[in-house]
Design a protein around this ligand. Structure first.
Ligand SMILES: [Ca+2]
Ligand SMILES: [Ca+2]
Length: 293
């Protein structure tokens, strides 16, 4: 076990640092830990500051500290929990395919410098979610949304910022849904089982049209889309599924795509059974008439 403690303890680790087996890396508050390459088979606890310049492979990262990756790719088997994630120099934080609560990344700030239309780093979510808790800070919704728009190549981005290779190359009908939970009175309780603070920006890997981020597209989402269409809505949670700033026929096409695509690991839509399927079918036809109107 490597423990970095004290008010200010700085450890400049060897070129490649590894904790294997049951080995632990534990950085206490005030501790500073710098590694060129960071590897750990167990989850690192960081309540201080940790940095790497060449990436590495870790099981996960938890604690109240801050991590800076200034080069290479950190491949994490699980989501990370930290106060802040800072990426520079084209560095990538890559969360392995997971999809469960243990894959959710929970941070209070994400810092990536801009470069032209994109960023100089990337948080790769694959099929995982992200929660940015802004209870004690400025609402980062606009920044997070800009990062997602840059990150999704399927949305016209250049693959920097916050992205998902699963969305870009995986099953049709998926996208990263971005919602400011604070703008809807914290009405979304969790993402993939991870609690969502009332004041948080939520990024969920889900189906197109899943306005309320519960993982399925059903009548509730169509109703929210109608609300956005009727009120000039401009956000995902009321129907803007391509982040164009308006809810229009394109968004109705997108929710139909998501509705028709949902299958596999995600739960079936709420409207199941013969009557339910009939009801959903009628609902979809109703939406199409609405769109043509
Ligand atoms: Ca939904
Ligand atoms: Ca739109």
């Amino acid at each position: 076990m490597l423990e970095v403690s004290g008010s200010v303890s700085t450890v400049n680790a060897p070129a490649a640092l590894g904790a294997t087996g049951t080995g632990l890396i534990d950085i206490d508050a005030g501790g500073l830990f710098r590694a060129t390459t960071l590897n750990s088979a167990t989850t690192i606890t960081n309540d201080g500051a940790i940095s790497t310049t060449a990436g590495g492979a870790i099981n996960g990262l938890t604690g109240t500290g801050n991590i800076t990756v200034s080069g290479g790719t950190v491949a994490s088997a699980n989501g990370i929990t930290q106060s802040s994630l800072t990426l520079s120099g084209g560095a990538i934080m890559d969360i392995a395919t997971n999809g469960a609560a243990s894959g959710v990344t929970k941070i209070k700030a994400i810092n990536i410098a801009t470069s032209g239309p994109g960023y100089v780093g990337k948080l790769e979510l694959r099929n995982n979610d992200l929660i940015v808790d802004y209870t004690a800070s400025t609402n980062p919704y606009a920044t997070v949304l800009a990062m997602v728009k840059a990150g999704l190549t399927s949305l016209g981005g250049n693959g920097t910022g916050i992205g998902s290779s699963t969305v870009d190359s995986g099953p049709a009908g998926t996208r990263l849904g971005v919602v400011d939970n604070g703008a809807i009175s914290g009405s979304i309780p969790n993402l993939s089982g991870a609690p969502a603070p009332a004041q948080s920006v939520l990024v969920k890997y889900t189906w197109l049209g899943d306005a309320n981020l519960d993982g399925v597209v059903d009548g509730t989402d169509y109703a929210l889309t109608d609300t956005g269409f009727g009120s000039g809505g401009n956000r995902w949670n009321i129907g803007d599924y391509n982040y164009s700033g308006t809810v229009d026929g394109t968004d109705y096409s997108l929710i139909d795509t998501g509705f028709g695509s949902q299958s596999g690991a995600l739960p079936e839509p709420a409207c199941v059974g013969i009557l339910g399927v009939l009801g959903c079918g009628l609902l979809r036809r109703s939406r199409r008439r609405h769109r043509r109107a």
